[in-house]
Write a protein that binds this ligand. Structure first.
Ligand SMILES: [Zn+2]
Length: 560
């Protein structure tokens, strides 16, 4: 479609779904997310074949851009931008342009593709001309149509080139009606489309990093806090039917087959990384871990790599995955990128400090320090981790280990000797010493059962074990139901029994299955239930939130 749009001959069979010849977002995946995913995978794994594929795509897109002459590059006609300017109906042209620009920029950053940098600068020049020709008020109206991370990618281009022209263009994408209430710490998110707006806050975070303007930091931090504490479910996910439909803290009525969209998790994780870079607070990484283990793990089908759109959180629904050539949703794109950078954020570092944020089997090379850290764990199957140090010479360093919010105590040993101190949940335990090759840290983080209630209805509860959201697992769905549209339809859920629990022991109705790890059985319920981590449920109907009725004193035999 890129070639067709550029007037070049093509004999290719077009892709389907959101890449189809009649879809107004066409090109977002093939010319955008695909490049980002290949570049990130190359950075993670050094996969030369993927790099070669992506280099080929860049070179071919370069021919299309040259044929189009103005710097514009897209798989749809430039006339879409006339419709955008005239405020006629059009899906989201700048959203798609952002994906292509980000893909090209990633190809330059991670794969050193100079042609990609040249191409993205030409695209930026075109975008700057288009936006620069509109009055401020006119541009604000244009921003009423979803535009992805245009502010972010143009800022990143400024960061790389030092050309302030790109930063000026980036800030034309500041939507005043969205930023002003956030700067004043007012939650006016009700009624907004979620995934349209998170990327705008990521852009604000980037502006703060590049300009030092505190207003932007304030916007980003207030927004994160509000979404995390008032608008997120137990998985860390946010959005219902793609939007925030309620006042803050009102979530119990917002459970459906379309809560929650995967792109929102991807973008909130991206925002969280920026905030952590400014101030390394363990709460940020507690939230990040929640998303990694509950909303990212298990939303890609381990059998065939297909991605999900919505992760339904109303009880009795099931997971629906895309089809290889007929979907190409927004979430297919962000999912491809996410799974190409699962190594991201496990570690952060300062000049003389290392933050171990996530417990994931991995290896960190830190060439500037001449050090290598090898983390060995089967987490979350294992309740802890072992980190060994290797390298050239002894180095003074503060190693910060995240003690998660869910930790039920815990302990740490260095070279086999227990350290008498520990840290409270949701903080970092700092081990400052001269680290020698051969040193070993053993961290134990016991998990326990706990319940998370809806903020506005204490009787609707989800069970968790350590960081893991547990799902009641019901009967499998037919294979064709696992692949198809964005998600199940409202009303297609199965009935799920209510739970009866003792108010003094809210997790008393669940006990671990001694025969299977991370598997739990119900106790004393109307029907036996098996609970497993949500990420392990792929083809079955499931329930995350339960209606919990308190056992009366009489029934439980207690004398009050
Ligand atoms: Zn999406």
């Amino acid at each position: 479609m890129f070639r067709v749009n550029a007037g070049l001959h093509s004999s290719a069979q077009p892709l389907g779904g959101w890449e189809a010849p009649d879809c107004e977002l066409r090109g977002h995946y093939a010319g955008g997310h695909y490049l980002s995913a290949c570049a990130l995978m190359y950075a993670s794994r050094g996969d030369e074949d993927l790099k070669k594929n992506a280099d080929t795509v860049v070179a071919e897109l370069g021919k299309c851009q040259a044929a189009l002459k103005s710097g514009y590059l897209s798989a749809f006609p430039i006339e879409f931008f006339d419709r955008l300017r005239e405020r006629q109906e059009v899906w989201a042209p700048f959203y798609t342009i952002h994906k292509i620009m980000a893909g090209l920029l990633d190809m330059y950053i991670y794969c050193g593709n100079e042609q990609a940098l040249d191409m993205v600068q030409k695209m930026a020049g075109w975008a700057a001309d288009y936006t620069g020709s509109l009055s401020y008020e006119h541009m604000q109206r244009v921003l009423g149509t979803e535009y992805g991370g245009m502010g972010e990618v143009l800022s990143n281009l400024y960061a790389i080139t030092g050309n302030s022209y790109y930063l000026e263009a980036a800030q034309r994408f500041d939507k005043k009606a969205f930023f002003d209430p956030l700067a004043a710490h007012r939650d006016e998110l009700k009624g907004l489309h979620v995934n349209t707006h998170i990327p705008q806050v990521i852009a604000a975070a980037r502006y703060y990093e590049l300009t030092g303007e505190c207003r932007y930091r304030d916007i980003a931090e207030y927004f994160w806090e509000e979404v995390m504490s008032e608008r997120s479910y137990c998985t860390g996910g946010t959005s219902n039917r793609e939007s925030w439909n309620t006042d803050p803290g009102k979530l119990s009525t917002e459970l459906g087959p379309s809560s929650t969209e995967c792109c929102c998790a991807y973008n909130m994780m991206k925002l969280t990384r920026h905030l952590f870079g400014w101030s390394p607070d363990a709460r940020l990484m507690d939230y990040y871990e929640r998303l990694v283990f509950n909303h990212r793990l298990g939303t890609i089908n381990p059998e065939d790599g297909m991605m999900m759109y919505y992760l339904p959180l109303a009880s009795g629904y099931w997971k629906t995955f895309g089809k290889p050539f007929e979907s190409f949703w927004c979430c297919t794109g962000t999912g491809s990128e996410e799974y190409a950078k699962l190594t991201d954020t496990i570690y952060f570092h300062g000049d003389d400090s290392l933050f171990v944020n996530l417990y994931i089997d991995s290896q960190l090379d830190w060439p500037e320090k001449g050090l290598r850290f090898k983390q060995e764990t089967r987490f979350p199957e294992e309740q802890g981790t072992t980190i060994s140090v290797s390298g050239k010479s002894p180095t003074q360093l503060a190693v910060n280990l995240r003690i998660p919010y869910w930790a039920k105590g815990g302990s740490v040993k260095v070279n086999g000797t227990a350290i008498p101190a520990f840290s409270s949940p949701s903080s970092y335990l700092t081990l400052t010493r001269v680290w020698n090759p051969g040193d070993k840290i053993e961290l134990s983080l016991p998990m326990g059962l706990h319940m998370q209630s809806m903020p506005d209805d204490q009787t609707i509860q989800a069970a968790m074990y350590g960081p893991l959201v547990l799902a009641g697992r019901f009967e499998p769905v037919a294979k064709e139901m696992s692949y198809g549209p964005y998600g199940p339809k409202s009303g297609e859920q199965r009935n799920v029994p209510d739970i009866t629990a003792d108010a003094s022991k809210p997790t008393g109705w669940i006990e671990p299955d001694p025969k299977q790890s991370l598997t739990f059985q119900s106790v004393g319920q109307s029907q036996p239930l098996t609970l497993v981590p949500l990420y392990k449920v792929i083809h079955e109907r499931y329930a995350v939130y339960w209606k919990v009725n308190e056992k009366s004193a009489l029934m439980s035999g207690h004398v009050v």
